[in-house]
Design a protein around this ligand. Structure first.
Ligand code: GLN
Length: 460
């Protein structure tokens, strides 16, 4: 299939469905078609993503395309250059179809917190696609892109992948460059791919991974190619009781699917090892302190002077700052800035921020202990299936609790992959989360592929 045919097919889907779904904030129709035509005319050898249409979450810079990060604060901002991940996609021959919707600055789990309206789940438009990379997930699930880039701070690639029946990888902290990516919480943020299959996720990941001189936090650790497997003999898969049998609020249908996933892997030769991650229940509290503390510092750059929205005729300089921020930042973002500023303030820092950092260390140690007895962990990505739009958006705590299983690997900096493992009685998709050792994405992808194919056979 030519690049032009693939691109036209995706643009056709966008034209047909995106008015309802709201997956895109910007569709790069002309640029994508011109790029596809150039690729079709190319005589040099094709790159690894030759002619494949890819959507990019709108907190990642693409030169010449507006970048908002889902915030009215950045309306009208045109980034001067490509993020490193975007430059790598282009060098590999990808066609960029547009920028996808997200919760403002990545803060949310449903994409209802975008400053430009929500995204809907293509599998059931009454329901959320997950978040914050909900636009990226919806774009792939509705065939508006072959794959998409997301970012994941506490679950924002994995959970939308699970909600839209896709595979999604959050690489190890430092594995992928963040140069040109809008910062939310800098000790947690990572970029990664979403696609229909684990194999396609691996194909994009191979292009993204690796050190970048423009990002001092990117790690210079060799990227090992994935060895695809048919059987899992010798592999030990850990199951944390806190993620399954002792998990609070876990939907029984999801528990059943994860149990079936474990059985499928066992049937292919893996050994299932029970483990414990005793600090799991403190994960949400630690995450929402660390993430908001870092966000409060990162978002101070949106001062009404350097970027985006500026209030009209402020009487004083202080009023310029406070009014610009008050007018342009959404409620959830303001809540998080307040929470993070409070957690860092003199007199409270020890009790909140530093305590959260100590809990974070304990959570990381739980995983290190588990690696003595297993090679990777398997559990649910989300405790519940995709909910209806509006169901949780007025209750921030209920929304935060949805991240119970995804924040642990984020705090520990570990790679984690969500793999589709079937549907519930309402035909809503269920995702399994595989968590790996640092920089061992190759094992996660190989096992994720076996798991996805096991369920594909079952469904057929
Ligand atoms: N839901 C989490 C939050 O709101 C995670 C978001 C993300 O990973 N960007 O912070």
């Amino acid at each position: 299939m030519t690049a032009t045919a693939r691109t036209e097919a995706c643009l056709g889907q966008i034209a047909a469905r995106d008015a309802e779904l709201g997956a895109f904030l910007h569709v790069a129709t002309d640029a994508a078609l011109a790029r596809a035509a150039a690729l079709d005319a190319q005589t040099t050898p094709p790159g690894p993503l030759h002619g494949l249409p890819i959507a990019v979450k709108d907190n990642i810079a693409v030169a010449g395309q507006p970048l908002t990060a889902g915030s009215r604060m950045l309306a009208g901002y045109l980034p001067p250059r490509d993020a490193t991940v975007v430059a790598r996609l282009l060098a590999a021959g990808a066609v960029l179809v547009g920028k996808t919707n997200l919760d403002e600055f990545g803060m949310g789990s449903s994409t209802e917190r975008s400053g430009f309206g929500p995204t809907r789940n293509p599998l059931d438009p009454a329901r959320v696609p997950g978040g914050s990379s909900g636009g990226s997930a919806a774009a792939v699930a509705a065939d508006m892109a072959w794959a998409a880039l997301g970012t994941d701070t506490g679950g924002s690639i994995r959970q939308p992948a699970a909600f839209c029946g896709l595979a999604g990888l959050k690489p190890t902290y430092g594995r992928v460059s963040r140069s040109g990516v809008v910062a939310y919480a800098s000790s947690l943020d990572q970029v990664g791919p979403l696609a229909r299959t684990v194999r396609d996720v691996a194909r994009v990941y191979a292009v993204l991974a690796g050190a970048d001189p423009l990002d001092a936090t990117s790690a210079d650790v060799p990227v090992t190619p994935v060895q695809w497997r048919e059987d899992l003999a010798g592999l030990r898969i850990g199951v944390a009781r806190e993620h399954l049998d002792a998990a609070e609020g876990l939907d029984p249908a999801i528990h059943a699917r994860i149990t079936a996933a474990l059985a499928a892997l066992q049937a292919r030769g893996a050994t299932i090892v029970p483990v414990t991650l005793p600090h799991t229940r403190h994960g949400i509290a630690a995450y929402y302190l660390v993430a908001t503390a870092e966000a409060s510092a990162n978002l101070s750059r949106y001062d009404g002077l350097r970027y985006g929205q500026r209030t009209d005729r402020p009487p004083t300089l202080d009023a310029l700052y406070t009014r610009s921020r008050g007018e342009a930042l959404g409620d959830e973002v303001q809540r998080r800035i307040l929470l993070g500023t409070f957690a860092l303030s003199a007199g409270f820092q020890d009790a909140f921020y530093l305590k959260a950092c100590r809990v974070r260390r304990k959570i990381a140690e739980d995983f290190q202990t588990a690696w003595h007895v297993c090679d990777l962990l398997l559990g649910p990505t989300s405790p519940v299936a995709p909910w209806l739009l509006g169901e949780k958006v007025t209750d921030p705590l209920a929304m935060y609790l949805m991240d119970a299983f995804t924040v642990g690997p984020s705090l520990a900096g570990l790679p984690a992959l969500s793999v589709p493992v079937g549907v519930d009685a309402q035909r809503l998709p269920i995702g399994a989360q595989l968590i790996g050792r640092p920089f061992d994405e190759a094992t996660l992808l190989a096992v994720g592929d076996v798991l996805q194919r096991a369920f594909a056979t079952e469904a057929a």
